[in-house]
Ligand binder design. Structure first.
Ligand SMILES: NC(=O)N[C@@H](CC(=O)O)C(=O)O
Ligand SMILES: [Zn+2]
Ligand SMILES: [Zn+2]
Length: 346
């Protein structure tokens, strides 16, 4: 049997939600991942260090017995965020990054930033103390086509910001376009990108061909095939600027399967099986560890995990549930549309 052993992976972009949903999903991450950057887009969002402390405690309380898992907390940037609060949170080790949601760009982003000018004092402080900014890189201008939102964000928001504050460390999260990949590669430093599992596997056909398929709808929306290929090339290249951020984003089925379905794909449970498949297809299994376990910690200035996990390839497909049941309701699991043969064995 073929097998591969890598350092225990981390997830550099994860939605754990809260309450019954948090309790229902956390084990799918903590079973396999040692750490994750926890997204702050709760209702209401995690905006202060006090909010983040309370949320971290709820996450740790929801952890199954025997699971060791470190939530790396983020603050949701608003136009009123206090630079001092951010600095205190960072210095105490509570906060790993601050998250920029352009207002209206995605799930629970209405409290995000409308006018970047108002966020400058916080961003300047972050640049000073070396605290990374994680960005949902999409503009929300109604005139801009949804498939172009990432490219336009780079040109009109991200590049001007980086020119103004070259010392600011920026993580472009869930990169979905070759424009994003090229922009990161061309940068002289202080820029990296996370890539999701699903964007390595689906293009926009998955959402629209043969009927509208809400469980493949997420933001940024999957793009055309050429972009997926660029993401795969970057992820499997070993380039230290690219790493895993699953963006696993659970929504209960009734909120996905309706006239105005939520954006988000749930991949925590089968991410490593999907990734091993992708890296094997690309002849890059030896670079899976860089993508899932090494590049992320290096970017965030943390040591890689000492523990190892082993994945084995079995002849029979590995069966994952089509849905998980949570106290909040059922959540459909990402279906890669091919059989998975890799399993995490420990
Ligand atoms: N990715 C998504 O489609 N949804 C995320 C928000 C986000 O990461 O943009 C969510 O919170 O549901
Ligand atoms: Zn996002
Ligand atoms: Zn997300």
């Amino acid at each position: 049997m073929q097998s591969i052993t890598i350092r225990r992976p981390d997830d550099w972009h994860l939605h754990l939600r809260d309450g019954a949903m948090l309790e229902g999903v956390i084990a799918d991450t903590s079973r396999t991942f040692a750490r994750a950057i926890i997204m702050p887009n709760l209702v209401p969002p995690v905006v202060t260090s006090a909010d983040a402390t309370a949320y971290r405690d709820r996450i740790l309380k929801a952890l199954p017995n025997g699971h060791r898992f470190q939530p790396l907390m983020t603050l949701y940037l608003t136009e009123h965020t206090s630079p001092d609060d951010v600095e205190e949170g960072a210095r105490s080790g509570l906060i790993t990054a601050v998250k920029l949601y352009p207002a209206g760009a995605t799930t629970n982003s209405h409290g995000g930033v409308r006018d970047m000018e108002k966020a400058m004092p916080v961003l300047e402080r972050m640049a000073e103390i070396g605290l990374p900014l994680c960005v949902h890189g999409e503009v929300t201008t109604p005139e801009v086509d949804i498939f172009d939102r990432e490219a336009v964000f780079i040109e009109t928001v991200l590049d001007p910001l980086r020119q103004r504050l070259p010392e600011l460390k920026v993580t472009m999260e869930h990169v979905t376009t070759s424009d994003g990949i090229d922009y990161i590669k061309a940068a002289k430093g202080n820029l990296a990108g996370s890539i999701t599992t699903h964007h390595l596997i689906i293009n926009r056909n998955a959402i629209l061909v043969g009927g509208i398929r809400p469980h493949y709808y997420c933001l940024p929306v999957a793009k055309r095939e050429s972009h997926r290929l660029a993401l795969r090339a970057a992820a499997t290249s070993g380039d230290a600027r690219f790493f895993l951020g699953t963006d696993s984003a659970p929504h209960v089925d009734p909120l996905k399967e309706c006239a105005c379905g939520c954006a988000g794909i749930y991949t925590s449970i089968n991410t490593m099986s999907c990734l091993a498949h992708v890296f094997e297809q690309e002849g890059a299994l030896d670079r899976l560890e860089a993508f899932a376990s090494l590049n992320g910690p290096a970017w965030y200035g943390l040591p890689p995990n000492e523990e190892r996990i082993t994945l084995t390839r079995q002849a029979e497909p590995v069966v994952f549930p089509a849905k998980i049941e949570t106290g909040a309701g059922p959540v459909t699991v990402f279906d890669p549309m091919f059989p998975l043969h890799w399993r995490v064995v420990g």
